[in-house]
Structures are given as structure tokens and as C-alpha cells.
Write a protein that binds this ligand. Structure first.
Ligand SMILES: [Zn+2]
Length: 220
């Protein structure tokens, strides 16, 4: 079920687990309660990360709310620490290859990796971690199900690598202006997305710096 774009999932039965209850909205919470009632009630509310559009109604479902650490198993779901979009992000994996991917991998478009704490390096590690799993299906926090997880993961990796290649090419040529770097490495996006791209570029620059590959002298 979706509301304002956030997907909520019910997993298992007698009782079920609710994954990412979404925003605090009475109609949405009521829909969760009634769907869960048909599955023997709610035993546990699991969160993929602490952003408000996933957690808003969590406390109103009358069950324990948990954002587990990586390696923990709850309600038959294994949590995998997958920082990048958020530092506390986890994905939930079922025994039969379903991955509840939260905002790490989305059904539509590209996920945001805000700069700070070397988030993009962590994000790439998180994608690699999922690539090492046998996944049949991904159930993302936004957008439709992903029926070919391996292809989607490869696309996500390639997309960031493409940006990095373009950024490095401009840097290698001696470009040091952020505005020029952005215009060159993100020349294919609509104007209204430039602020998002500028943020993405900061994450890339941070990653390059962490790897000792960022030259000095960057300007605005
Ligand atoms: Zn989020």
C-alpha cells in the first residue's frame, strides 16, 4: 500500500511484521491495521531507516518499533546494514530471496545519497553487499517492485561510476570550478534537478577525497 509515495509492506502472519509504516496519516494507518488483522495482527514494526516518510506512524500501531542493526534477525527477516542514503539504513532479507530495500534502491529513479560521513563510499559498499546475495525480488520504499534485482543493482553501480568517470576526466584536465564540473559531469539532467545534482557531486567529491584522488584548489 502506498501513500504519498512511501510503500508499506506486511510480512508473514500470526502475527505479521509491518515494514516502514510511512507517514502519520490516520487513513493509511487504518488500512495497515485492517490488512494486518487478516494476518493475525501486528507483532513488530520494522524500519529501514529513520527518515520521517518511513517512520511517521510507527508508534501508533500498538506494537514494538525496531530499527535493527545489521546481522540481526527479526520476524524471519535478516537485517543487512546498508548505509548510504542514511547512516542507519538497513535492508531486510527473507529466506526466499525477497529484499525490502527501503531507500537504498528505489523502484523508480535514483536514490539520494547526501554528502557527509563518506556516504557515497558507504553506498557503493552497500550495493556490493546486496550484489553478493541471491535476490529474487526487491520491494523498495518507493516505486514498483524490482523483478530483476541483479540488473537494477548493476544499473545503480554503473550510474555512479559513470558520474565519477566524468568528474575525474574534468578534474584530470585541470578543471577546478564546481559550477563547471557540475555542468560537465551532469550535462544530461533537466535544470530543475541541478540543486540535487550539486548535492550528489559533493558526495562524489567527498568519496574521491577519501580515496586521495581529489586534487587541491577546488573553487565555487
Ligand atoms: Zn529516506
Amino acid at each position: 500500500m502506498t501513500l504519498e509515495g512511501t510503500n508499506t509492506y506486511l510480512y508473514g502472519a500470526d502475527p505479521c511484521a509491518v515494514i516502514d509504516p510511512g507517514v502519520e496519516d490516520e487513513a493509511h494507518l487504518e488500512a495497515i491495521r485492517s490488512a494486518a488483522a487478516e494476518r493475525g495482527g501486528i507483532g513488530l514494526v520494522l524500519l529501514t531507516h529513520s527518515h520521517g516518510d518511513h517512520t511517521g506512524g510507527a508508534d501508533q500501531l500498538g506494537a514494538e518499533v525496531l530499527l535493527p542493526g545489521g546481522g540481526e534477525t527479526h520476524a524471519g527477516l535478516r537485517a543487512l546494514a546498508t548505509p548510504g542514503h542514511a547512516a542507519d539504513h538497513v535492508c531486510f532479507l527473507s529466506d526466499d530471496g525477497v529484499c525490502f530495500s527501503g531507500d537504498l534502491v528505489l523502484g523508480l529513479g535514483s536514490t539520494i545519497v547526501p554528502p557527509g560521513g563518506n556516504s557515497l563510499a558507504a553506498f557503493m559498499d552497500s550495493l556490493a553487499l546486496l550484489q553478493a546475495e541471491e535476490l529474487e525480488l526487491m520491494a523498495p520504499g518507493h516505486g514498483p517492485w524490482i523483478e530483476d534485482p541483479a540488473a537494477k543493482l548493476a544499473e545503480y553501480v554503473e550510474h555512479r561510476q559513470m558520474r565519477e568517470r566524468r568528474l575525474l576526466a574534468a578534474l584530470d584536465r585541470g578543471e577546478r570550478s564546481r559550477a563547471a564540473l557540475l555542468a560537465e559531469a551532469w550535462d544530461d539532467i533537466p535544470l530543475e534537478l541541478l540543486p540535487m545534482a550539486a548535492m550528489a557531486m559533493e558526495s562524489h567529491l567527498e568519496k574521491l577525497e577519501g580515496e586521495g584522488r581529489l586534487p587541491d584548489g577546488l573553487t565555487a
